[in-house]
Design a protein around this ligand. Structure first.
Ligand code: ATP
Ligand code: MG
Length: 363
């Protein structure tokens, strides 16, 4: 079987939150440590962040180091994972320009993720062209590193499909050059898309309904205690709904039986707690207090490691520089192959010059 390569990443539009952690970060660290991958590229997608933050360059600039700190805090290891900054690899932009010819406007318009994001940002008629075309730029990121595997949250599924279409089109027009990637979703269904603390469909930096990995103890507690639950569960004795109840969705993603033994021995596991909630007689406050304990214990070591890296910011930039340099060489090799396949490699093709010279000699 061909060697497996990972590409994944995040937009530097804010610190990373626990949705990123369960949806992709936690899994990335396991993949990194599995030793199954030839290369792992984790990209800080600043160029993509600028597509809807063009007037806010300082925000993107500041958040590069925040995202890098979150990566290191979660256990991404620069010895095993190349952490790179998208804008510093111009080859990616060049690839995008050529891929644009292989995609129709109506195809991008049909992309459900783009549709949802346009709505969320109230762009309607004023969508920046760069934002509109970001699925194509994402195809460049994935293919530049010949990624076989893209571990992301479920909201990214239409993006990977778009990339696969571009790869197939490119290879059929110009000959077998690019690698078709596969999306890798978490096995744990509760982690595919963590809702926001306000109960909205997705925890997202751009909405601000987040618990951040860097949040201090009291901020986490405040978010948990004010979280959205079942609006019809008014009195403790009322039966409650577990489905669509944010507090239980978080417990699905974070709790395990050991946490019950330690912090809530009234129940052996989450199923028992859910049954009691459904029957009535279990108050939101008790469930929230348990969730708070679970999150505090999960996030404490991450926050402490983050504080250690915060004391050596020049090191963090050095990691980013090295990762970017390595990645740029890989992307440049792919771009070279792409240009060769597209027949736009005029100066490094001796056969071409010879052929033209012969043609004119005989004319
Ligand atoms: P923005 O609002 O700027 O788009 P975001 O919070 O959606 O930010 P991204 O940087 O777009 O975060 O996403 C990075 C990765 O994290 C993607 O793989 C995405 O699928 C995953 N992800 C983001 N939010 C969640 C979530 N709430 N639950 C699970 N995975 C998520
Ligand atoms: Mg997003």
């Amino acid at each position: 079987m061909a060697e497996k390569i990972i590409l994944t990443g995040d937009r530097p539009t804010g610190r990373l939150h626990i949705g990123h952690y369960v949806g992709s970060l936690r899994c990335r660290v396991d993949l990194q440590n599995s030793g199954e991958f030839k290369d792992i590229f984790v990209m800080i997608a600043d160029a993509q962040a600028l597509t809807d933050n063009a007037e806010n360059p300082e925000k993107v600039r500041q958040n590069i180091v925040e995202v890098a700190l979150d990566y290191l805090a979660c256990g991404l290891d620069p010895e095993k994972t190349h952490i790179l900054i998208q804008s510093q690899i111009p080859e990616l932009t060049e690839l995008t320009f050529y891929y644009m010819n292989l995609v129709t406007v109506s195809r991008v318009q049909r992309n459900p993720t783009v549709k949802a994001e346009i709505q969320m940002r109230n762009f309607e008629a004023s969508i920046p062209v760069g934002f509109f075309t970001y699925p194509i730029s994402q195809a460049s990121d994935i293919t530049a590193f010949k990624a076989t595997t893209v571990p992301v949250g479920e909201d990214q599924e239409p993006m990977i499909e778009q990339t696969r279409e571009i790869v197939r089109k490119f290879n059929s027009v110009y000959g077998e050059t690019l690698v078709e990637p596969e999306i890798m979703l978490s096995d744990d269904k509760s982690c595919l898309r963590l809702p926001g603390t306000d109960g909205q469909a997705k925890m997202s930096k751009s909405i601000g309904n987040c618990i951040y990995l860097a949040d201090e103890e009291d901020a986490i507690k405040k978010s948990v205690m004010s979280m959205f639950t079942d609006p019809d569960h008014l009195r403790v004795e009322d039966p409650g709904k577990v489905e669509g109840n944010t507090v239980f969705q978080y417990l699905d993603a974070f709790s395990n039986d050991d946490f019950f033994t330690e912090y809530c021995p009234d129940y052996k596991n989450l199923d028992e707690m859910k049954d009691h909630y459904r029957r009535g007689g279990l108050g939101d406050v008790k469930v929230k207090k348990f969730l708070n304990n679970v999150l505090q214990e999960t996030l404490r070591p991450i926050r402490e490691r983050r504080h250690e890296f915060e004391r050596d910011i020049p090191y963090v930039y050095e990691v980013l520089k090295k990762g970017t340099e390595f990645s740029r060489e890989v992307a440049a090799r792919t771009l070279h192959e792409v240009k060769e396949a597209m027949k736009i490699n005029y100066f490094d093709d001796a056969a071409l010059i010879h052929e033209q010279a012969e043609r004119y000699k005989n004319a």
